[in-house]
Design a protein around this ligand. Structure first.
Ligand code: GYE
Length: 334
């Protein structure tokens, strides 16, 4: 964990910083102090938090939105929700609006890694802590945000590569469907996967293009890959399940069997991915837990109380493949 932390985030985090590792579902991670609602008490105003969400490009993101909304509700926190419809400029505008509304804290899921300094500086000047969720940013000064709550995407990419290398016995042509260009998960999942396959001379990424983390775009890109290299694709590595599900459709429409003729591995672990594994069409998914509400509001309450937080709370993930899909599908929470 530490090694990949340094590799992937050295540019944005100071070394030696401490960070907490906890699995989202663990009660141990639950805040032990009172909730904001309790702290507010009768007559006191409740916390107001602005949440700038990227959009709804994937089922992962919808699950994240729901988790944050429901956690705010259960803590009696007023949530101002802004959906940026996939545009960073809308996120920048949302932050400006939250500052004008004098919110107590801002939760930001940043679309891409760069371009945030002016917004973060404005929030800091107004004394409003910013909690980053799900994706990291590149800033020269990491005190501009209170904490990042996210998975280790380099590790996820590496886990996908290791699983695939074993499945293909170290040999084969892989096509890659990348996430949103410039986003932390696209950059780091690519990096981790490349690190993971580097040990295998026979494994090659023969084509790589963005599918924007979206099912339809993933399908279209896969159609183009299949047309340009008929019979030459052994496996698909998709940076998220939605694109893998789109690719599966493209493979079927090309008259091939996804999961058998072409191996498919992806990341997220959403419900539809488990269904596709049970159906034998998706081979493997690396979990990326979107249920960030509890950790995000623990961080909000601590930041508002003036506590210093770890720079990165790593959400732990694991690999699921077809061999366990049927057994665990009913226990999935998203
Ligand atoms: O994997 C993908 C989504 O930022 C971790 O964004 C998130 C990613 C997730 O659209 O499905």
């Amino acid at each position: 964990m530490m090694r990949s932390f340094r590799q992937s985030r050295a540019r944005s985090f100071v070394l030696g910083v401490t960070f907490a590792v906890c699995a989202i579902a663990l009660p141990a991670c639950k805040k032990s102090t009172q909730s904001a609602a309790d702290q507010n008490g009768p007559g006191k105003s409740r916390l107001v938090v602005g949440f700038s969400q990227i959009g709804a490009e994937s089922s992962w993101r919808t699950a994240e939105t729901n988790s944050i909304r429901s956690e705010a509700d259960s803590r009696g926190i007023e949530l101002k929700f802004s959906d940026a419809q996939g545009k960073q400029e809308n996120q920048v505008k949302a932050i400006t609006a939250f500052i004008a509304q004098k919110v107590d804290a801002i939760i930001l899921a940043p679309k891409v890694e760069t371009g945030w300094e002016p917004s973060l500086k404005a929030a800091r000047a107004a004394g409003i802590p910013v909690i980053l969720v799900d994706r990291g940013v590149q800033v020269a000064d990491d005190t501009l945000y209170a904490t990042l709550i996210a998975s280790d995407f380099v590790a996820e990419g590496r886990m996908a590569a290791e699983w695939l290398a074993k499945k293909l016995e170290g040999k084969g042509n892989i096509v890659e469907l990348q996430g949103t260009p410039g986003s932390a998960p696209a950059i780091d999942r690519k990096k981790g996967f490349e690190q993971g396959i580097a040990a295998y001379e026979g494994l090659k990424i023969t084509r790589s293009q963005t599918g924007e983390f979206a099912r339809q775009t993933g399908k279209e890109v896969m159609e183009a890959f299949l047309k340009s290299a008929p019979g030459e694709i052994d496996a698909v590595y998709a940076h998220n399940d939605d694109m893998a599900l789109g690719a599966i459709q493209a493979i079927e429409e090309a008259g091939l069997r996804p999961g058998t003729d072409i191996i498919v591995v992806s990341i997220d672990g959403v419900r539809d991915a488990f269904d596709a594994m049970v159906a034998g069409k998706l081979n493997c998914t690396v979990e990326c837990n979107p249920l960030l509400g509890p950790l995000a509001f623990d961080a909000v309450e601590k930041a508002v109380a003036g506590e210093t937080l770890p720079k990165w709370t790593v959400v732990e993930d694991r690999v699921y493949d077809q061999s366990v899909a049927a057994e665990v599908i009913d226990s999935r929470k998203y």
